[in-house]
Design a protein around this ligand. Sequence first.
Ligand SMILES: *Cc1c(COP(=O)(O)O)cnc(C)c1O
Length: 393
Amino acid sequence: MPGRHFLHIPGPTNVPDRILRAMHVVMEDHRSPVFPQLALPLLEGLKRVFRTQSGQAFIFPSTGTGAWETVLTNTLCAGDKVLAPRHGQFSSLWIGMAESHGLNVEVQEEAWGAGASPERIFAALEHDQGHDIRAVLVVHNETATGVTSDIAAVRRAIDAASHPALLFVDGVSSIGSLDFRMDEWGVDGAVAGSQKGFMMPAGLGLSCFSQKALEAGRSARKNNPLRRSYFDLEAMIASNKTGYFPYTPSLPLLYGLREALRMMEEEGLDNVVARHAHLAGGVRAAVTEGWWLKLCAQDPKSASDTVTAVMVPDGFDAREVIARAFQRYNLSLGSGLTKVAGKLFRIGHLGDLNELMCLAAISGAEMAMQDIGIKVESGSGVAAAQRHYRRKA
Ligand SMILES: *Cc1c(COP(=O)(O)O)cnc(C)c1O
């Protein structure tokens, strides 16, 4: 199909030309004396995006899923108990990984459309007088449902219970796009990937550990630590100290990350976050004030600024909207995963994006819905989003 493709899934996201060009490099010696000039600033730059000064950043060749594994296996012991809310596909998958590693997971079931409940987390921790719960696992932005959980409130809940549990946060679809404050919120293990807010191809599993988490890892090592080999931090820490990696890094991805960090710093992280909120506001206006459809997010305050999950009316299959958008309009929308398959489609609005790009996605989704018989008025979503966007000076 001529013309550009409109990629509006919540990851991978559009890779800006600057990053594409930055990745177009010849290979070089990753043990050369100049290699640390590339690697060391990346680790420092990541800390600024995670908003940590005291933490330590890691770059593994993997994806967000590998970063989940890095955080769990380098801090916990076989049989350790962890607490984890489940309210969507990504929280489910992280819980599944924890279980498959032999962790004892106390799952807090929440509705798909709700977020983590700080009140229930407080209650569970207060009840845990023996401090058996070693960590709380929270997905900051549940990409499957478009719901953002309040991590600052989770931290307050842990502190109110005077509980020593570590706080691990999946920020794969939030870090670098939504407000995220590792140090301020006392996050001990934070996880991201390269293909969402970082505007890159998939391939880097990014994580940051607090000093408390690193210490927990050292003491776990003396007991019965979870099995790991490739994702072991020890060799990584030793090599990173001088700006190297224990094995061959992906040079194009490292050059891409350097450019991505530059772009975020040029725009300013606060401006990046504000831009995502502004763009998301327009998409939500299209859904609720233009189309009169419902968000999957139950509480409007928790609706995500990086992805909007749109419920289609009863009797319609969201998969048909997605197929029509792709085949007829060259637009990729995100699908409903497992429990919500067919019930919703998702518009990703994170990364390298502006107002007109969002209007194009809204317009395409609107036409695709009309084409399969959903009663939405021509131009209604676009008009509602335009009104929202024009309000900004
Ligand atoms: C995309 C995503 C993941 C999985 O990351 P991969 O890079 O695909 O391994 C995990 N958690 C959340 C919240 C995500 O959005």
